[in-house]
Design a protein around this ligand. Structure first.
Ligand code: NAI
Ligand code: MG
Length: 396
């Protein structure tokens, strides 16, 4: 029996292309794993009315962890139109299978590292005033995004149930919407908990301390989102006291508003190290960070729970490139590296830690040599050629 059982979820579009690339590398590294293919994504919504079939959930429950490519999501009305004829009148509601997975397996923490590798032609060169020489600006950031609550917690209404509307209307501030009438109002909520805020802040600080990083920045908007943003900010500040001491790592804890950091990150990205944020703000800021290290082709992520994890690149299914083996596999391969690191934390997993380090070194080497590159880096090679080159250097 293999040491690890990995649920294998290519999903939609380029998800399949980049997962094929991952397999080339994992096989070359001789990871002792069995890979169990799982159904997930748009095809299963259209044919079964469920983008995340129960049989997939069952496989995940029995597996060590999951590797996931990407899915296609569409707004509710478009989703309904694409259902198979026999399913159209069944009142089915589309939900994003990856959001569902995060909630179902309580994958409360989303980690998104964004790091520049020397020699990447897409490396950020800053604004001219900040960086007159135009040299590469080397960035090494890790975003800790709360993954199950906040704006993406899934508590939304349209139309609003009468009871919710009535309860809200007890607040005089509701007057403008009350005047517009129940049938004209939609509601998406931002619900956070002390537990959720504490957990994500704790993990960001602990990670900084473990890895010797000296700055943790909270990305919020407490001046406007007074209750949810306020709760997160109070918890962050209180926790920061422990970590600011030399015994806690001597970490500088600071705060930025989501809008302001989009500007500061563009001007001085090299100054940031660990960022911590609520679900939607973490989603937004991590795409910005990805842009600064070469784009979505370089942005991996891990969804972590207490005992289970789903690893996926930050990018989506990029339908226009689906099946062309054109896109950059590096985001997916950095994602596989995160998976190896996670496996390496388990008892008896030391060999996987070494594999993770070898894989990252191989990726860095291929980027630097610049001989084999996908279109986004100005090259003409395919997804699988890049994977093969990385596999050659990473091989056992
Ligand atoms: P996307 O990430 O799929 O692609 C946007 C653009 O980024 C692409 O057209 C391409 O130019 C570039 N890109 C993405 N991945 C790349 C790679 N590996 N190498 C080189 N270039 C790459 O985002 P988009 O177009 O907004 O969404 C397409 C679909 O994906 C939608 O249905 C969306 O809902 C879904 N999506 C799924 C996610 C997931 O599975 N977690 C995350 C984001 C979007
Ligand atoms: Mg996103």
């Amino acid at each position: 029996m293999a040491k690890y059982s990995i649920a294998w979820m290519p999903g939609d579009g380029i998800g399949k292309d980049v997962m094929d690339a991952a397999r080339i590398v994992l096989d070359a590294m001789k990871l002792d794993a069995e890979y169990i293919p799982c159904d997930i994504g748009w095809e299963f919504w259209c044919t079964e009315g469920n983008a995340l079939p129960e049989r997939t959930i069952d496989v995940l429950k029995k597996s060590t962890c999951a590797l996931f490519g990407a899915i296609t999501s569409k707004p509710q009305d478009d989703a309904k139109k694409e259902l198979a004829p026999g399913l159209k009148d069944k009142n089915l509601v589309y939900f994003s299978p990856i959001v569902k997975l995060r909630q179902l397996f309580n994958l409360h923490t989303n980690i998104r590292p964004c790091k520049s590798y020397p020699g990447n032609p897409l490396n950020y060169r800053g604004t001219r005033l900040a960086n007159p020489s135009g040299d590469e600006v080397m960035i090494d950031q890790v975003v800790f995004r709360e993954n199950t609550e906040g704006m993406y917690g899934g508590i939304e209404f349209y139309p609003l149930p009468e009871s919710v509307y009535t309860a809200l209307c007890a607040n005089p501030k509701m007057k403008p919407w009350k005047d517009k009438g129940l049938e004209n109002v939609a509601l998406s909520t931002r619900i956070v908990s002390k537990q959720g805020c504490t957990s994500i802040c704790r993990q960001a600080f602990e990670y900084a301390r473990r890895t010797g990083r000296k700055r943790v920045t909270l990305v919020e908007k407490p001046n406007v989102l007074r209750e949810t943003g306020g709760l997160m900010t109070r918890i962050f500040r209180e926790m920061a006291k422990d970590y600011e001491k030399p015994s806690g790592g001597g970490i500088w804890a600071d705060e930025a508003n989501i809008d302001a950091i989009c500007m500061w990150m563009f001007k001085n990205p090299q100054d940031y190290s660990v960022l911590v944020a609520e679900n939607m703000f973490g989603d937004i800021v991590s795409d910005l960070c990805a842009g600064l290290v070469g784009g979505l082709g370089f942005a991996p992520s891990a969804n972590l729970g207490d005992n289970y994890a789903v690893f996926e690149p930050t990018h989506g299914s990029a339908p226009k490139y689906a099946g062309q083996y054109k896109v950059n596999p590096i985001a997916m391969l950095l994602t596989a590296k995160m998976m190896l690191n996670w496996l390496g934390e388990k008892p008896g997993g030391a060999a996987e830690k070494d594999k993770a380090a070898r894989l990252e070194a191989a990726i860095a080497r291929v980027i630097k040599e610049g001989k084999v590159r996908t279109y986004d880096m100005g090259g003409k090679n395919t997804t699988l050629e890049v994977a093969q080159e990385i596999a050659r250097y990473a091989a056992a």
